[in-house]
Design a protein around this ligand. Structure first.
Ligand code: AMP
Ligand code: MG
Length: 330
């Protein structure tokens, strides 16, 4: 059995030669193989995601974007691939990528055990798909990845102290779905005040996650809580056709996804409502004016998924070159 690691990474050399790191990277390798196998078999085309662009995902609450000089213009490092995912559906019907993201998260996130400054998302987008179809793909994908890792790396999980019995329910029962309103009510009755019109606070999400024994979806977040690209319900104003997937045992959010807004006029309105200047998004809105395809998709955090599968205490333990908020690192 591998013993507990400290909360913050030590010197890089110690981290790289640690048996925990080696084993976690082996699990990551197996997880990515399973993800690719699952999506390839379902007709998804893997793309390489852009790293820089004139704009990036504005919906990264609390985190700052990184500017770079691009021949005299101010460009951004990608905080998520969302805009390019929608655009890519003009070329392919179903796409995925393992996309690098950079977010300058606030320093207090260095000790949450689930935030990195540099991380990866398994980004999936499907043209003409509904939210329910995207959720079904995500549910199948997570269950497949877990089952492949358990089958092929049982000894490695045991060495990490991960009891694979923790995945029994995940593997044979569908994931529950609760609405954001219901999540708020549950939190309030558990003595955790939560604003109804807002994103679930991490403290509350952890409570819900800690009580769960298999992953579950929270759906229908309110409009104020998310970016302009999550599609608003056409029948319930202010409610978004979106979802989060929350891991059990306190691991918290694994993925966020939604049906997307794709109509030009709605995108412009939603940008204004979320305080974004449409002029910044010229390339994207130009495509939308000519016609973006309706779609649904999600971003599944690779390091979050591997941390959950390995059962490790800290997300940095599953990455070779950890970057934690406010910590100077190679
Ligand atoms: P978001 O766009 O914030 O919903 O992020 C999509 C997914 O990326 C989340 O569900 C997480 O799995 C992952 N993620 C977001 N921020 C971070 C972070 N700072 N460190 C590691 N993973 C993250
Ligand atoms: Mg999210």
């Amino acid at each position: 059995m591998i013993v507990d690691e400290p909360r913050l990474p030590g010197p890089l050399r110690d981290h790289l030669i640690s048996p925990v790191t080696r084993t976690a990277l082996r699990v990551q390798q197996e997880t990515l193989g399973a993800v690719r196998g699952f999506l390839n078999a379902r007709g998804f085309t893997e793309l390489q995601a852009p790293i820089i662009g004139p704009v990036t995902d504005p919906g990264v609450r609390g985190a700052k974007q990184v500017d770079i000089d691009y021949y005299g213009a101010r460009y951004k490092l990608m905080s998520s691939a969302i805009l390019y995912k929608q655009a890519a559906l003009l070329a392919c019907d179903r796409i995925f990528c393992v996309a690098p993201n950079v977010r300058l998260e606030p320093p207090e996130t260095a000790s949450t055990g689930r935030h990195l400054v540099e991380f990866h998302q398994i980004d999936v987008e499907m043209a003409e798909a509904s939210r329910e179809e995207a959720m079904a793909v995500l549910e199948g994908l997570v269950a497949h990845a877990v089952s492949v890792v358990i089958r092929n790396l049982a000894g490695e999980l045991e060495a990490l102290g991960r009891d694979t019995g923790a995945f029994a329910e995940l593997l044979d029962q569908p994931f529950d779905r609760i609405s954001h309103t219901e999540a708020v009510q549950r939190l309030e009755s558990a003595g955790h005040p939560q604003r109804g019109a807002a994103e679930l606070a991490w403290s509350g999400e952890r409570v819900l996650s800690g009580k769960a024994t298999r992953p579950f979806f929270v759906i229908d977040y309110p409009k104020g809580s998310r970016g302009f690209y999550d599609r608003e319900s056409r029948t319930s104003a202010g409610v978004l056709r979106n979802f989060d997937l929350i891991a059990p045992e306190g691991y918290g959010e694994l993925s966020s996804g939604s049906e997307r807004e794709s109509e030009y006029a709605r995108l412009v309105t939603r940008m204004r409502e979320t305080g974004e200047n449409p002029a910044k998004y010229a390339w994207y809105l130009e495509l939308a004016r000519e016609g973006l395809r309706p779609s649904a998709g999600f971003g599944l955090g690779l390091e979050r998924l591997v941390r959950y599968i390995t059962g490790l205490g800290e997300i940095w333990q599953v990455t070779p070159f950890p970057k934690l908020a406010g910590v100077m690192s190679p």
